[in-house]
Design a protein around this ligand. Structure first.
Ligand code: SF4
Ligand code: SF4
Length: 243
């Protein structure tokens, strides 16, 4: 006896449930099926023309959002990345920004200067003097890495953006121009109420440590270096390496 289902058996999984016959609605014919469906043309050209003219009239009376630059300056966010400004006094010529710049568009020259000792017997000190600091804004991609890595807050973003030139070679700006842009750098945002004071201000406000007189006198009377144990005495006590 075979278990095969005959081909003529009804498919109960897909067949509709028996019931009253429902008239099937006519299938909609698409644009690509016979090109018979064109409802837009049924009303004629006039309603579409009126609708288009109404849209034109509405746009004419709607205020424009275009800023009439340069007659009207755009109101930029205060932390906009317009140009990089330099505080020359803060720069120690450490070269960190120039090394981290992905475009290598920062040029720094400096020389060492000797500062004589201020106390008798003291050592002379040396410091770097900045000769040249330039940024080529035709190469700069405004990533801000140089500003982030500067350990002395010498570089800042300014929202100034009107420094376009007709010659691309004129976009190499030296430290004098970068210093002028410091005037346009906005002040830092105010701290949140209740937040801790910045480390620099907290250190400046810290009261000086007062050394009690007795401690100061004891420190002054203390010998500079304690004498170490005598080698002969250690050997006699049996603590030596040979014991
Ligand atoms: S701008 Fe900052 S990181 Fe760059 S050389 Fe000067 S101190 Fe160093
Ligand atoms: S913003 Fe980026 S690309 Fe421009 S000078 Fe600084 S590090 Fe270089």
């Amino acid at each position: 006896m075979s278990d095969e289902v005959p081909d003529t058996a009804p498919d109960t999984a897909t067949s509709p449930a028996p019931g009253p016959a429902v008239p099937t609605p006519p299938r909609a014919v698409g644009r690509h099926e016979g090109h018979q469906h064109a409802p837009a043309r049924q009303g004629g050209l006039l309603p579409g023309l009126i609708k288009g003219l109404a849209t034109t009239a509405r746009t004419l009376v709607t205020p424009s959002h275009t800023t009439e630059y340069p007659d009207a300056k755009p109101a930029l966010p205060p932390r906009s990345r317009g140009v990089i400004a330099l505080t020359e006094e803060n720069c120690t010529s450490c070269m960190l920004c120039a090394r981290e710049c992905p475009d290598w568009c920062i040029y720094i020259d400096s020389h060492k200067e000797t500062i004589p000792a201020t106390t008798e017997g003291g050592r002379d000190r040396q410091r770097n003097v900045l000769d040249r600091f330039a940024i080529d804004f035709s190469l700069c991609m405004y990533c801000g890495i140089c500003i982030e890595v500067c350990p002395f807050d010498a570089l800042h973003w300014s929202p100034e953006f009107e420094y376009a030139e007709t010659d691309i070679r004129d976009l190499l700006h030296e430290k004098d121009r970068l210093g002028e842009w410091m005037q346009t750098v906005p002040p830092p945002p105010a701290l949140d109420p209740g937040s801790a004071a910045p480390a620099e201000i907290a250190a400046a406000d810290k009261p000086k440590r007062v050394v009690p007189e007795r401690t100061a006198a004891r420190t002054a009377a203390r010998p500079a270096a304690r004498p170490g144990p005598a080698v002969g005495a250690a050997a006699a006590d049996g603590d030596g390496p040979d014991a």
